[in-house]
Design a protein around this ligand. Structure first.
Ligand code: UGA
Length: 399
């Protein structure tokens, strides 16, 4: 596979060997005898914040061309706000009014658990004005025995955006609460536990830290905010969600600057480059923002990630990477945990204390126990966890 997704290699191999899964770059081959055509191409954000629909357009155009007079149901899994339906319908008009049914079928898969999410979805959403077509697509999912929500096309597209925006909002909300906790001396982890047990709130997506990344949450909140603005709405909450998220990265760097009495000339280790564990994806990852901010202050950076180093090197070709977190931390004035990989939860703190020049840990994912880390002689900076005594320390001066 060109990217890492647990279990996908095996699943693809199984389908391929059984002959139920084939690959081709020729539209005509893929469409031969097809009753349903799923479009799952990317919709990256343009600099203006609007999703780039050119991939959808070119796929749509080729499909319409190759189908000729044959009929098939087009199922769109690509994410675009109230856009794909219009784009595809427009294409039909261009191509002589060929009337193909289109069904929006947003996906809610998470990277790293996409197979599970596909097989065990909380719900399936199918949106179309063609009720027969959406019922036909519904039959494909019947075997999963999960709730199927039928809507019009635009509402289905909106469900997708609203879900990702809500998840992002939960994260920015808890990050704002975390900052208040730091100031008043409360612990955001306890606060989140207390909140999460309320069924109306739920425990998920309440982990404070360096904020959300990945190819979906940041892109989709930006796209929804842009869509709202285009339609004359003022998306204040969405904009605040994005602003709080970027601020998380700047706050972490600012706190290190304070603790170390300046950053210029220091050496800092970043543990975790992927935007979350179990993936090698670094798109919009907090680590990239941290590297940019630190490089700007001429910090020497060493990074460590079990599988995402190569992806990060495509963005930062000169990035110094070590396979072992201890090697990455050697001679460093601070260590940042940017992704909560299991191996970073179980760091050997005594060994770390011996190899680091200045024992400062900035826990960007709140995975370490503040008290334990401080007992081992470190300055510990968590999110939503009050600073310990003895701050600031100065780079190079052992505390
Ligand atoms: C997200 C959604 O969770 C999926 O439902 C959706 O289908 C997908 O986007 C998509 O649109 O394709 P994904 O991007 O794989 O999935 O990642 P998430 O698990 O949602 O995590 C996103 C980011 O939020 C990560 O950087 C993660 O570290 C961060 N996060 C998550 C927090 O900072 N705090 C939390 O409490 C939870």
């Amino acid at each position: 596979m060109p990217f890492f997704e647990p279990g996908l290699d095996e699943l693809v191999r199984k389908g391929y060997q059984a002959g139920t899964l084939t690959f081709t770059t020729a539209y005509a081959d893929a469409l031969d005898g097809a009753e349903f055509v799923f479009i799952a191409v990317g919709t990256p954000t343009t600099p203006s914040g609007h999703p780039d629909l050119s991939n959808v357009r070119s796929a749509g155009r080729e499909i319409v061309r190759c189908l000729g007079n044959r009929r098939a149901i087009l199922v769109s899994k690509s994410t675009a706000p109230v856009g794909i339906s219009q784009t595809l319908e427009h294409l039909h008009q261009l191509d002589g009014g060929l009337d193909l049914p289109i069904v929006a079928n947003p996906e809610f898969l998470r990277e790293g658990s996409a197979i599970h999410d596909f097989m065990e979805p909380d719900r399936v959403v199918l949106g179309s004005d063609d009720h027969e077509a959406r019922a036909a697509v519904g039959e494909l999912y019947e075997e999963l025995d999960k709730p199927i929500i039928y809507t019009d096309m635009k509402s289905a597209e909106m469900v997708k955006y609203a879900c990702n925006a809500f998840l992002a909002t939960k994260i920015s909300f808890i990050n704002e609460i975390a900052e208040i906790c730091e100031r008043v001396g409360a612990d955001v982890r306890d606060v989140a536990r207390g909140m999460g047990l309320d069924h109306r709130i739920g425990a998920h997506f309440l982990n404070a830290g360096v904020g959300f990344g990945g190819s979906c949450l940041p892109k989709d909140v930006r796209a929804l905010s842009h869509l709202a603005a285009v339609y004359g709405s003022h998306p204040q909450l969405l904009n605040a969600v994005l602003e709080i998220n970027s601020e998380q990265r700047r706050r972490l760097v600012g706190r290190l600057r304070n603790v170390l009495g300046g950053l210029r000339g220091t050496k800092i280790a970043i543990l975790g480059l992927a935007f979350k564990p179990d993936t090698d994806d670094v798109r919009d990852a907090p680590s990239l923002d941290l590297i940019n901010l630190l490089e700007y202050e001429e910090v020497r950076i060493t990074a460590c990630d079990p599988i995402a180093a190569e992806s990060a090197r495509r963005v930062f070709p000169d990035l110094e990477c070590e396979e072992d977190p201890l090697l990455a931390a050697t001679g460093c004035d601070a260590l940042i945990i940017a992704t909560e990989w299991q191996q970073f939860r179980n760091l050997d703190l005594d060994a770390l204390r011996r190899v680091m020049r200045t024992p400062v840990i900035a826990d960007g994912r709140n995975v370490l126990d503040a008290e334990t880390v401080r007992r081992k002689g470190f300055v510990y900076l968590g999110f939503g966890v009050a600073d310990g005594p003895g701050l600031p320390v100065v780079a190079g001066v052992t505390v």
